[in-house]
Design a protein around this ligand. Structure first.
Ligand SMILES: NC(=O)C1=CN([C@@H]2O[C@H](COP(=O)(O)OP(=O)(O)OC[C@H]3O[C@@H](n4cnc5c(N)ncnc54)[C@H](OP(=O)(O)O)[C@@H]3O)[C@@H](O)[C@H]2O)[C@@H](O)CC1
Ligand SMILES: [K+]
Length: 500
């Protein structure tokens, strides 16, 4: 598992550790880790961005590094790392954005190692134009709001230079706790973060600015995490494994109530994905029964609603369900079945109209637009942009309002359970190619299968998102169809369990 902690927890852990260490020891650990990454990039390491200087900048000695230095310890880290680089023969210029308020010991260390300090904008911009690497030490976990205007010309010049940008702790302008970006932020090639990940590095939009994230251990123990991201081994541990005694009922039977005369394809995709998602059997209830059985003869179908379908261990209700009294009845019957229920797509809009009625075994899988409808159903106004900009907070909010688990789909999918003290899961395997028609139906069928197999809603949702992303990548880097993603699920599954 990869964990991320709030600024509050990082600060508390830092204070407790600093009391036991000589002054400045933590900053030296941070600076050493930061300098190591910079040296690797200058030497032409694997993460090097599109350097326009080619072979010439592969040498460390004589290369040029510009530090953008703000008023706090984030700038201090940059200055001490700069001193280490200067000691290796790098030509280091620190552009001081906060004048007199710059970290004094850091400035002295850089000067002592042969580096240069400047507060002159023209000189700073000229240096950026010649840099081989830029270090963003403008602001770290002490930051509030987006980048300030005074920093913008430098950040733009660094972008124009087209050289690697290393963010210190987090890209300046990204909110450490939420990943929100108010206005502009630094776009980093690599972010070197200290002690623990910050939530804003793992969730979009912040994650998009962070580039490759490297964690430097500095010895802090920040306690319970705010955010966690599954890794292969975690997923392998959560996936159900049939035993010799397993029959289809023990493996889990999932019911799919999806599709309509207008949208039969949603039913076929959700069923296809449920079949590939490890369920012992799939039952289908709805008007697309003929299409479903033609595509998947092994599925037990009924034209009626969930009540007519027979026993299942979980229901998926909503994809392509359309609107109207029949759709409403379908949702009611699934909710009354007394088993875990995943509600998606049209089902979510119907649920929003009924308003919040807390149910722990419910898993809602909205995208941002459906999240807005769910919020409105509980009397909370928000726009799509607001939801997309602050995913963790809104997923938590809907989970709290509806007393259930919420999987908020999007550029970073996040899963929040009803317990506000538990960490939110963010999915690390997403790919923009998954933003394709029918992709959500595939995710629903898979998560429903996992619910039927007995996974708790948070696990079913986060494991499904993980495999869904991996499956898309398995198909290849490039356009994928939802049907291809569903077909690639077994390979993604094997990739995870085989690697564990
Ligand atoms: N925690 C740890 O374990 C360790 C932490 N370490 C390091 O310390 C860093 C935290 O340092 P910090 O506390 O000095 O805060 P920091 O982020 O430098 O900001 C300082 C000042 O910036 C200002 N400011 C605010 N918003 C702004 C904006 N948008 N744009 C521009 N400026 C803005 C604001 O001052 P203001 O101008 O508002 O008066 C604020 O007071 C941390 O990220 C890590 O790098 C490591 O050394 C080792 C271990
Ligand atoms: K920074």
């Amino acid at each position: 598992m990869r964990y991320a902690h709030t600024v509050e927890r990082v600060r508390a852990a830092e204070e407790s550790l600093m009391r036991r260490l000589p002054e400045g020891a933590l900053m030296q650990r941070a600076a050493a880790g930061l300098a190591a990454t910079c040296l690797q990039l200058l030497a032409g390491g694997a993460e090097r961005g599109a350097g326009r200087r080619g072979r010439g900048s592969r040498r460390v000695y004589g290369s040029r590094v510009v530090l953008l230095v703000g008023s706090g310890d984030n700038g201090g880290d940059a200055l001490f790392a700069g001193a280490r680089l200067a000691a290796r023969g790098v030509r280091v210029t620190a552009v001081l954005l906060a004048g007199e308020r710059t970290h004094a010991a850091g400035s002295a260390a850089l000067l002592g190692a042969g580096g240069v300090l400047t507060q002159d904008q023209a000189a700073g911009l000229a240096q950026l134009g010649r840099a081989d690497l830029v270090v963003d030490g403008i602001v770290g976990i002490g930051g509030r709001g987006g980048l300030r205007d005074s920093a913008l010309p430098y950040v733009r010049a660094a972008e124009r230079a087209g050289v690697p940008v290393v963010a210190v702790d987090l890209p300046s302008g990204v909110d450490a706790d939420t990943g929100e970006v108010a206005g502009a932020a630094v776009r980093a090639t690599v972010t070197v973060t200290f002690g623990t990940h910050k939530p804003g590095l793992l969730v979009d939009p912040g994650a998009q600015y962070a580039g490759v994230v490297r964690l430097v251990e500095i010895g802090i123990e920040p306690g319970p995490a705010a955010v966690e991201a599954l890794q292969h081994a975690d997923v392998a541990g959560l996936l159900p494994r049939p035993t010799a005694e397993s029959d289809k009922y023990r493996r889990g039977v999932v019911g799919i109530a999806a599709g309509s005369d207008r949208y039969p394809g949603a039913a076929v995709l959700a069923v296809s994905s449920a079949l590939h998602g490890g369920a012992g059997a799939v039952r289908y209830a709805g008007p697309a029964a003929a299409e479903v059985v033609r595509a998947h003869p092994e599925v037990l179908v009924t034209q009626g609603g969930p009540k007519a379908a027979g026993r299942v261990q979980a229901w998926v209700v909503g994809p392509g369900l359309s609107d109207g009294p029949e759709a409403e009845r379908t949702l009611e019957e699934a909710l009354a079945a007394g088993v875990p229920v995943l509600v998606d797509a049209d089902g979510l809009r119907l649920l929003a109209r009924r308003g919040a009625a807390p149910r722990a075994e419910l898993l809602l899988t909205p995208h941002a637009g459906e999240a807005v409808a769910l919020l409105a159903g509980a009397g909370v106004e928000a726009t799509r942009e607001q939801v997309e900009g602050a995913r963790i907070g809104y997923a938590r909010r809907i989970a709290e309002l509806y007393g259930c688990t919420v999987l908020l789909k999007g550029s970073t999918t996040v899963v929040a359970g009803p317990d506000p003290a538990a960490p939110v899961r963010v999915n690390p395997t997403g790919t923009p190619w998954l933003a394709t028609a029918g992709s959500g139906d595939v995710l629903s069928g898979l998560a429903g299968s996992l619910l039927a197999a007995g996974l708790a809603p948070v696990d079913a949702g986060s494991v499904a998102a993980y495999l869904h992303g991996l499956a898309a990548r398995t198909v290849g880097e490039g356009p994928v169809t939802a049907a291809e993603v569903a077909a690639a699920l077994p390979a993604a599954w094997r990739g995870v369990t085989g690697a564990a």
